[in-house]
Design a protein around this ligand. Structure first.
Ligand code: CP
Ligand code: NVA
Length: 327
């Protein structure tokens, strides 16, 4: 499998075999790391991380993964570079590609990371856009495979706002790898019809199924896995909380909803999560609407079914696989 020089912008661009290869490579890199086997064969290489939105997991994953591989890292924070303000994406791409061996980008529209890739002669990795979050999906797929020993045939339910990066990308990942994907959301909160059509075509090849359900109990029934994400994403205005709470509260993942899932079902979340009042936003929004938690309750988040910190750790291992495969 040769992925050298490839961008990693959206999982639609990768075949099931290529995704499987990246998951296998991540497992191999986990084994090496745990056994203390050095895997720093990329000494002398350098990568740059552009973050136009904030991050904990993605930034740290790229930094640690790169260092483990022997790669030098430069981090450009949301206010620290000329990108977008004084310098176009196209010019930035050409400047950075002349110095670095790979470019990570987190920001707004998918068209920005695509333009970066078009003008860059080195691989560009999508660290989250409004539309897609492909490195997160690799970590999620690896976590499901670790828990169930397989991907094909797993009943995977995503609860909440399915129109944004996580709903879109999980649908693609499940379609590619043969899972039974359910988006459970209110009418109007499902992925774009054109993207659904593309995923239906993929699913027809892989044996995956796609279901769009508005009833949270039906969405949870028989699920091996229930996933949710924040109801208001980075870059969205505070003003949308009213509408989101109104529409999405019935889809909160709580103990009652988890009872409808299959025996041994797991709970997943890309994080960060509003499961209590220990964050500024969680407390402010919780107080405003009289809620202890938002998209997931604390009892579910802290339950043995919750694998959220395994997912978080797997961000680093899978991002390492993407860097190692493409640089
Ligand atoms: N899941 C995720 O992308 O987390 P960060 O925003 O902390 O990178
Ligand atoms: N939908 C969330 C995902 C965070 C990892 C956001 O874009 O803020």
């Amino acid at each position: 499998m040769d992925l050298k020089g490839r961008d990693f912008l959206c999982l639609l661009d990768y075949t099931p075999e290529e995704i499987g290869y990246l998951l296998d490579l991540a497992e191999d890199l986990i084994a090496k790391k745990k056994a203390g086997v050095p895997h720093d064969a990329f000494r002398g290489k350098n990568i740059v991380l552009i973050f136009e939105k904030t991050s904990t997991r993605t930034r740290c994953s790229f930094e640690v993964a790169a260092r483990d591989l022997g790669i030098g890292v430069t981090y450009l924070d949301p206010s620290g570079s000329q990108i977008g303000k004084k310098e176009s994406i196209a010019d930035t791409a050409r400047v950075l590609a002349s110095m670095f061996d790979g470019i990570e980008y987190r920001g707004f529209g998918q068209e920005r990371v695509e333009e970066l890739a078009e003008y860059s002669s080195v691989p560009v990795w999508n660290g989250l856009t409004n539309e897609f979050h492909p490195t997160q999906i690799l970590a999620d797929l690896l976590t499901v495979r670790e828990k169930f020993g397989k991907l094909k045939g797993i009943n995977f339910t995503y609860m909440g706002d399915a129109r944004f990066n996580m709903g879109n990308s999980l649908m693609i990942g499940c379609a590619k790898m043969g899972l039974n994907f359910t988006a459970c959301a209110p009418e109007g909160y499902f992925p774009d019809e054109k993207l659904i059509e593309k995923c239906r075509a993929v699913a027809a090849e892989t044996g995956a199924t796609l279901r769009f359900e508005t009833d949270p109990v039906k969405g949870a029934e028989g699920a091996d896995e229930i996933y949710t994400d924040v109801w208001v994403s980075m870059g969205e205005p505070d003003a949308v909380w009213d509408e989101r709470i109104g529409a999405l509260l019935p889809y909160q993942v709580n103990g009652e909803l988890m009872k409808h899932a299959a025996q041994g079902a797991i709970f997943m979340h890309c994080l960060p999560a509003y499961h209590d009042h220990k964050t500024q936003i969680g407390k402010a929004v919780g107080d405003r609407y009289g809620l202890d938690a938002l998209e997931v309750t604390d009892d579910v988040f802290e339950s043995p079914a919750s694998v959220v910190f395994d997912e978080a750790e797997n961000r680093m291992h899978t991002i390492k696989a993407v860097i190692a495969a493409t640089v």
